[in-house]
Design a protein around this ligand. Structure first.
Ligand code: HEC
Length: 268
């Protein structure tokens, strides 16, 4: 019964979108994606789908705090809308965000719903802000009435593709490493929330940053402190490319990150 309703609903949505597609000014373009709408390949969201969602201009104190800017504005769509209307398979519980600059973000559907996350299709920064090359739409935005945890996870920019995935499948190669200590577990969570997007491990994540397991030998007594020193030297507020990661990580968390990386390295 539920299946039947769902099928009917999908068909109804399909009809609406076919209607929108023909009414659209660039309707003469390639509409073939509508045939196997909404996902042509393994959970990938066709970019044109986003243009069909209702958008509005909003501020984001969360973004301005993370980027040390003021008064940034975004024309954004609601990701809850995307999930509600186009999330047909139960097994998918997250959206993978593949970016142009070898950054790979991921946000769970729970987070999308809890914090009413938006996706900016356009942005206006105040004129005195020097925009880093990577700061382009699409950008994940936390709207002003939501208190999302202060993490790099909610700052993904330069997104070229959204794809529905399953968290347990995505993290499987990393989660297969048997961590021994509670510190490593907590360090691992902090790494997933702030670092993996640029510093991949076990083939998961982005490759914009250094391969940390290659650059450091964490079993060596001196490499932990060197890692922390390099981190603070590169990822501080003065980072010219606005990659201030220090804001997300206190001294305890940084120590746990080292324990985590040491255990991952030892387990490989
Ligand atoms: C937005 C992408 C990005 C994120 C997120 C990120 N990093 Fe980086 N990281 C970089 C880049 C780029 C470099 C510099 C690579 C180079 O020197 O060419 C770097 C350098 C480093 C270095 C110094 C290593 C070196 O080769 O100089 C450390 C240590 C480091 N990152 C740790 C972290 C940790 C820990 C986190 C999470 C709290 C993190 N990074 C999050 C992009 C990122």
């Amino acid at each position: 019964m539920a299946d039947l309703i769902r099928k009917k609903l999908s068909f109804f949505i399909l009809l609406i979108f076919m209607g929108l597609g023909t009414g659209c000014s660039h309707g003469s373009g390639d509409d073939s994606y509508l045939k196997d709408f909404p996902f042509s390949m393994e959970g990938r969201v066709h970019p044109q789908v986003l243009e069909h969602l209702r958008s509005e201009w909003i501020d984001s104190a969360y973004f301005d705090r993370g980027m040390h800017t003021k008064g940034s504005q975004f024309r954004a769509v609601a990701l809850t809308e995307l999930v509600r209307r186009f999330h047909p398979e139960e097994r998918w519980d997250a959206v993978l965000l593949n970016c142009h600059d070898d950054y790979q973000g991921i946000i769970s559907i729970d987070d999308i719903i809890s914090y009413d996350l938006r996706l900016a299709l356009e942005m206006k920064l105040s004129p005195n802000v020097k925009r880093p090359a990577w700061l382009n739409p699409r950008v994940v935005i936390v709207p002003d009435n939501k208190e999302a945890p202060h993490q790099e996870r909610f700052m993904t920019a330069n997104i070229r593709e959204l794809r529905f995935v399953r968290l347990s499948e995505y993290y499987a190669p990393l989660d297969a490493v048997a961590l021994k200590s509670m510190h490593a577990h907590r360090g691992g969570q902090a790494f997933k929330d702030n670092c993996l997007f640029c510093h991949s491990l076990k083939g998961i994540g982005g490759n914009k940053g250094t391969d940390l397991l290659n650059a450091y030998d964490f079993a060596k007594g001196m490499d932990g402190p060197k890692f922390k020193k390099d981190f603070t030297a590169f990822h501080d507020e003065a980072n010219t490319d606005k990659q201030d990661m220090e804001q997300f990580v206190d001294a305890d968390t940084l120590r746990r990150l080292v324990v985590f990386l040491r255990e991952v390295q030892g387990g490989s």
